[in-house]
Design a protein around this ligand. Structure first.
Ligand SMILES: Cc1ncc(COP(=O)(O)O)c(C=O)c1O
Length: 486
């Protein structure tokens, strides 16, 4: 049931008596479709107060509207717009069609379906603890107004400890800025470190959302080619005159390679010599299954005393859930004012209650416990993925990503187009992404590949789903039997 807000309902005083004027005003609201069928009218007492007329006038008007069939009275409940309106007034200004609620096609959200990359286990989200902590923040009246643009101090303080211990980040609370996910941090980093037509080096294949940012800011892209297993060949760096470089050094997205310590130092030295800003996206570093994670580039620069501008970016999208929209960045002290200026213009503050709840969540040890639990779960899912892929595809598919994160990248050389394969999989409600989705235009490859996210897929479903993919693959293989290799 919709409650009607009286909004701009006013009495038109030159239209006869007050009752007559109110009758016309309400009738027009109804016949012109502003007050929908079956919605509840304000009580007579309330409307009398708002319009500053006697309650008797309202009662008499409502009675007249009932008598003429525009509204109905429901005993003990109030007055409602009639479901069927009298014919003779339907032509006032709007046609009958305007009474119909617009038919909004229900969009079925498939973005989190089985194997959708980038989605963590949504069922395992610690909803009870989170709900309680989040709700409690609304009792803290002082945070209901305007808050700190940079981020809540409690949040930044506790994050400092977390980033130092888990990722060796060189950080103090006064250099952290809270953001709406990593996405906001990425656009702020590009806006602060480049001018239109400057060059930014981005990984190819790489994070498609970053390319959108670069294009939006009219910055030119230079590619940093990434190859399966070998990762980024740093020899490429010497050739470009970039202002900034965007990189996912701990789990390259989506090929899943890592920069080792000596590569990290080489990159830092190059950036320092050429005055290039490094944008380090550490989006899922919490989930490494095969080896201990390397320290962040940002932390390594401080440890090795290499002077370079690094913007360190992290997010709670993977360790908690995507819709939480909370991320952070650590920026050099001298650049802080510029970053805050950009944040102010883009979005203003990040929601205080979200940060405060997260501060308590981290402080009380829930985050570390949750990460440990999820690491075990994802590791088991990763194992299951490898096993099922091996069982289903044998030598046909090769897993090329490392044991980390929430996705697996595979490639093949058979005559099955990756895009066609993804479309076929979608018919089975499975979302897998072609590697070309992550690539710059005109990238040449002599193999086909896809990215499979396993974060939000239940471990028990994995064998069946891989089996479905096998069916899709074989189907296309048979169809393409006589075609030339793409
Ligand atoms: C490389 C990379 N960075 C960052 C993110 C997270 O972005 P956000 O915090 O805006 O959800 C993702 C999510 O999939 C990602 O793949």
């Amino acid at each position: 049931m919709i409650l009607i807000d009286t909004g701009d309902l006013t009495l038109c005083h030159h239209q006869g008596s007050r009752q007559q004027s109110l009758f016309i005003a309400i009738r027009d609201k109804i016949t012109q479709g502003y007050w929908p069928k079956n919605s509840k009218l304000p009580s007579t007492r309330h409307l009398a107060q708002i319009l500053d007329v006697s309650r008797n006038t309202i009662i008499a008007t409502y009675d007249q509207l009932v008598a003429e069939g525009y509204i109905r009275s429901q005993a003990g409940s109030g007055f409602y717009v009639a479901a069927t309106l009298p014919d003779h007034y339907l032509t006032t200004t709007r046609s009958e069609d305007s009474f119909k609620q617009p038919t909004i096609k229900q969009q079925i959200n498939t973005t989190n379906n089985a194997f959708a990359p980038g989605v963590p286990d949504l069922v395992a989200f610690p909803r009870k603890k989170w709900q309680r902590l989040y709700q409690q923040q609304f009792d803290r009246t002082q945070f209901l107004g305007c808050n700190d643009l940079q981020g809540e101090w409690e949040f930044r303080e506790v994050l400092t400890h977390y980033l130092k211990t888990s990722r060796s980040v060189d950080v103090t609370a006064d250099r952290i800025i809270s953001t709406s996910g990593a996405q906001q941090a990425l656009i702020m980093a590009i806006m602060a470190s480049t001018q239109p037509n400057d060059i930014v080096l981005v990984e190819n294949p790489g994070y498609a959302q970053m390319r959108k940012v670069v294009n939006l800011c009219n910055v030119k892209i230079a590619q940093l080619s990434v190859t399966p297993f070998d990762g980024i060949n740093l020899q490429q760096l010497s050739k470009t005159k970039a202002k900034a470089i965007y990189i996912t050094p701990s789990n390259q997205y989506p090929l899943g390679t890592t920069l080792n310590i000596s590569q990290r130092i080489q990159l830092l030295k190059w950036a320092s010599q050429h005055n290039v800003t490094i944008i380090e996206d550490d989006y899922d570093s919490e989930f490494q299954y095969a080896h201990r994670p390397y320290p962040s580039l940002q932390g390594l620069a401080a440890q090795t005393n290499i002077k370079v501008n690094i913007i360190y970016i992290g997010t709670f999208s993977k360790v908690m859930c995507n819709s939480i929209r909370l991320g952070y960045m650590v920026v050099p002290q001298a650049l802080l004012p510029r970053y805050l200026e950009i944040k102010d213009a883009l979005s203003g503050e990040t929601q205080a209650q979200l940060q405060l709840a997260m501060a308590e969540f981290i402080h009380d040890g829930h985050l570390l416990r949750h990460i440990r639990k999820m690491r075990r779960l994802y590791q088991a899912k990763h194992q299951q993925m490898l096993q099922s892929i091996k069982d289903g595809f044998g030598q046909q598919w090769e897993v090329i990503s490392q044991a980390a994160g929430l996705h697996i990248t595979v490639r093949w050389h058979q005559n099955v187009c990756e895009k066609q394969f993804c479309e076929e999989a979608f018919k089975h409600n499975i979302i897998v992404r072609p590697l070309s989705y992550y690539e710059l235009p005109n990238t040449i490859r002599n193999w086909q590949g896809i990215v499979l996210g396993f974060g939000n897929t239940s471990i028990d479903d994995i064998p069946v789903l891989i089996d479905n993919l096998k069916t899709c693959f074989n189907h296309l293989l048979t169809e393409n039997r006589h075609d030339e290799y793409f």
